[in-house]
Structure formats: C-alpha cells, structure tokens
Design a protein around this ligand. Structure first.
Ligand code: ADP
Ligand code: MG
Length: 340
C-alpha cells in the first residue's frame, strides 16, 4: 500500500483508542470539561451503564455557538495557546482531544449557551460525521450527549462489560472527582432513577464528603494532614493505622487538583506507614499535593492518569516526612480526628 494521509474521522478514532476506553472515560472527560468551565452543578444521566446514553449537563460558562464546530476539532482548545501555557497549565484539560475522540465513536450532540447569547446552539455528530449548527433552547451552560458508545467500533464494543461493571467504573471516577471538588454539586441518575447526589455545600473539612465517599469508618479514623515547605503543600486525610485495607482501594492522590497514580508518592506513603501497619495491609488516604504547576509535567499520558515531577526525590521525601510525623503523633496519643 502507498503511504497516505488518514481521514480525520479515522485519526480521531485512533486517538479515541487511547482516551476513551469505556463509558467511565467519557464521563471523566466530560465532567472535567464542566469543571474547567466553572460549573457549580453537574447533572449526569446514564442509561445501561453509560453504554446506551451518557448525558452531562453543566451550568458553566458555555461555548459561543460559532465555536461549537471548533470544540469538536482535534487539537482545538481554549485552555492553552503556547508552550508556556502548557508548562503552567492549571485546568484539567489542555489536549483538545476528548470531544473529537468521543464524537468519532458515538452518536454525539453538544448544546451550549454562554452568557449574553440569546439562545443556545446545538451540534450533532454521528460517528464523526458533523451535522449542521442549529439554534436550540438551553440555559447558560453546556449539555453533551453521548449515545451508543462504540456503535461503529465493534472491536471496542466487545470489551464493554456488564451494565453494573461499567456503572461501577463510572462511580469510581465520580468519587475521585467528588473528593477533589466538594464545592460542586454532582447529581447522578441511572436508567431514569436518581442514583447518587453529591451536595455542593459540603467541604472535605466537615467530613461530609469524606463520609459519603469513603464511609464513616474511614472518616472516624482519619487524621488531618496539612503541611507546607519548600514550595510544596500536602493536605488531606490519612487513616489511622488501625483502619487499613486488604487492597489499595482507598488511596486517592491529587496533584494540583488532578487525580493521578504515582508510584513514587505511593511508595513514600507506604514507607511512612511501614512501622505501624501489618505486613501486606494497605493504608487508606485522600491526599492533595499542591505545587507550582511548572514543577510538574502533566503531559505524559493521553488520559492524564500520570504526571512527571521535576524533583521527584524532593517530593518523595516531603511526603514521607510529613506523613511519618503525622503518624508519630498518633503513637504519642495526640489524635486529631475528623469533626463529625
Ligand atoms: P480540552 O478540554 O483538552 O480543551 P476537549 O476536547 O475536552 O479539550 O474540549 C475542547 C474545548 O471545548 C475546550 O477547550 C473548551 O473550550 C470547550 N468545552 C468543552 N466542554 C465544555 C463545557 N462543558 N463547557 C464549556 N466549554 C467546553
Ligand atoms: Mg477536555
């Protein structure tokens, strides 16, 4: 075969292979977009574990009608404009890849209205085929509908699991987002029935969202951590060693508000617990690491599950020392629990 340039839709479908693994990845990308748009409330409607329908509606800033076709173009983003912006990025999105990828493997529609617009505008995309812009009533904010995910990619569809499994993955992502943003209300409905509501007024400090997300047992056994040094801040909650897990299922780490996995930080935490935890048991924690965005490279992974630290060793030691000290206090009996 001669070398040829692939058509846009196929390029998007290839990219979708990295960004859109299952319904939960769609929910993650769309809710992150809503948060980046300043939403105070996000409604998430799902059908059949998100396979039949994912509808995310937000009350954020919206998109001007004439920019909708651009929003679904590859590498089109309002979040960065230069390498310098990329290096200091503080939004959850920046790659401009999610919408075109999702729209290329589903029956997609986006309706949006921004402040000052007289009406909303809607754009439909069917498996990558872009329709016409139409006026459509909508309050300020954005609604994205994703129907029949992977309808045109049978190889992908085959890997979708049972409704309950897909729903479980979605709920886990939402839990991660909910822990980071207790100021935003999230409402979830599945198959027409309300299934979960994260109230917007709760903040982690009251323990409310902590209770909701990780259970009362965790909240009752949580120690508050908040320590800053050398331009780094680590805050959040770690469970007393007496509360521990068989698996790493309650380990939440955020770097500048983004939920990520990081071997080195996870190792630092484990090490801090090493002399107070039984061998083979796992600690539970919700930790937020804040640092100058310029000290973290977030552009490592298309789905943004990982970051790279400029000074990984420093961060490892900072996390270890902070938690080691917090746990030392428990040994001394000076315990600061979650206010109930
Ligand atoms: P990215 O988030 O990386 O910029 P996306 O493909 O997810 O890329 O979105 C493309 C652009 O569409 C965003 O940069 C933003 O300007 C706009 N957009 C997407 N979703 C929303 C939303 N819910 N509210 C307002 N603008 C949005
Ligand atoms: Mg995005």
């Amino acid at each position: 075969m001669p070398i040829r340039q692939l058509p846009d839709t196929l390029i998007n479908q290839i990219a979708a292979g990295e960004v859109v693994e299952r319904p939960a990845s769609v929910v993650k990308e769309l809710v992150e977009n809503a948060l980046d748009a300043g939403a105070r409330r996000v409604d998430i409607d799902l059908e059949e574990g998100g396979v039949r329908l994912i509808r995310i509606r937000d009350d954020g800033g919206g998109i001007p009608g004439n920019e909708l076709p651009l929003a679904i173009q590859r590498h089109a983003t309002s979040k960065i404009a230069s390498l310098d912006d990329l290096e200091g990025v503080s939004t959850l999105g920046f790659r401009g890849e999610a919408l075109p990828s999702i729209a290329s493997v589903s029956r997609f529609a986006m309706t949006s209205r921004c402040e000052g617009s007289e009406h909303g505008t809607r754009l439909e995309v069917d498996g990558g085929r872009v329709g016409e812009l139409r006026p459509h009533p909508h309050p300020r904010g954005t609604t994205v509908e994703v129907r029949e995910l992977f309808f045109n990619v049978p190889a992908r569809r085959k890997f979708l699991r049972a409704e309950r499994t897909e729903l479980g993955h979605i709920e886990e992502w939402l839990r991660q987002l909910a822990l980071a943003r207790p100021d935003v209300e999230l409402r979830v409905a599945h198959n027409g029935r309300p299934s979960r509501r994260w109230k917007g007024e709760g903040d982690l400090l009251t323990g409310l969202r902590l209770n909701e997300a990780l259970g009362e047992d965790f909240a009752r056994n949580a120690l508050a951590v908040d320590h800053a040094a050398a331009g780094l801040r680590l805050h959040g909650w770690i469970a007393r060693p007496t509360y521990n897990r068989a698996s790493a299922d309650q380990q939440y780490l955020y770097v500048n508000g983004r939920s990520i996995r990081d071997r080195s930080v996870a190792h630092a935490v484990k090490q801090a617990y090493s002399d107070v935890l039984f061998h083979g048991r796992q600690p539970a924690y919700v930790l937020f690491l804040e640092t100058d965005p310029r000290r973290v490279d977030v552009n490592v992974h298309p789905a943004k599950h990982e970051v790279r630290f400029r000074d990984a060793r420093l961060i490892h030691d900072f996390v270890f020392r902070t938690l080691h000290e917090a746990l030392a206090e428990t040994r001394a009996g000076a315990v600061a629990g979650v206010p109930q």
